[in-house]
Design a binder for this molecule. Structure first.
Ligand code: IPE
Ligand code: IPE
Ligand code: MG
Length: 228
């Protein structure tokens, strides 16, 4: 076994719209298929020997710019997803948590999120984090404002790391699907020493087998963290 740490995996699930377009389908069909793909990747992570947390980028603070109909569809899909996944979470020991500004979601959806978090809170095999209405800059700004409210006048890196909305460990490895090679405001603070992998595969085609292959690539890397 290798000694390269892999505790926290992050995934930017991109390419749902293009996947649908390639098939002459509406963009929302891509989202539907994309949501289905999360389960297999999550259960793969739950059985992986070192992964403790997997964070999926599901909706960014910028995604509100999309057509109203698509945004509404994504909200409904999220509600349905959480309802459908509960059995999988319980069966595979997955704790669900959300990060992002949830206050902009409907009360019903906020309740569904909270309820799913509560029902899965004692699961210990894996934490699955969904980033919902999430933006890296917003998260850092909120964190600093919270520290100021607590009376801090000088802020350390450790203060920020430990006061992030939910203080998970830093990202070890970040994967983005669909061939785009950018961060799109995801986890800006937590990726400072992350390794990156960009695959051309569109998210609805991304399988646990491909993830397994990509993790083999990760194992070969030398993470120096500034050392030699
Ligand atoms: C990612 O797929 C899903 C979300 C951002 C919600 P996209 O919808 O961005 O798909 P493309 O990039 O348009 O193909
Ligand atoms: C990033 O994908 C956000 C999510 C995957 C939720 P986008 O498709 O929104 O990002 P850009 O606009 O291509 O940067
Ligand atoms: Mg996209």
């Amino acid at each position: 076994m290798n000694s390269l740490p892999l505790k926290h995996l992050a995934i930017i699930m991109d390419g749902n719209g293009r996947w649908a377009k390639e098939r002459g389908l509406k963009r929302v069909k891509g989202h539907e298929k994309g949501a289905e793909m999360i389960r297999g990747i999550t259960t793969y992570c739950a059985t992986h020997e070192t992964i403790e947390t997997v964070t999926f980028y599901a909706f960014s603070t910028e995604n509100w710019k999309r057509p109203k109909m698509e945004v509404e569809f994504l909200m409904k899909l999220l509600d349905r997803y959480l309802q459908n996944e509960l059995d999988t979470y319980q069966e595979h020991g997955v704790r669900f948590q959300a990060i992002g500004n949830l206050s902009q979601f409907s009360t019903a959806l906020q309740k569904r999120i909270k309820k799913t978090e509560e029902l899965t809170r004692n699961n210990t095999k894996l934490t699955q984090v969904l980033a919902l209405n999430y933006g890296g800059r917003a998260e850092i700004t909120d964190t600093v404002n919270r520290l100021i409210k607590e009376g801090k006048t000088e802020i350390t890196e450790e203060d920020i790391s430990s006061h992030l909305q939910t203080p998970y460990s830093d990202i070890d490895f970040l994967i983005r699907t669909s061939g785009e090679e950018r961060i799109s405001n995801f986890l800006l603070w937590q990726i400072s020493y992350a390794e990156f992998y960009f695959t051309p595969t569109l998210w609805p085609d991304f399988t646990p087998d491909e993830l397994d292959t990509i993790l083999t690539d990760y194992k070969q890397r030398a993470r120096r963290f500034g050392g030699v």
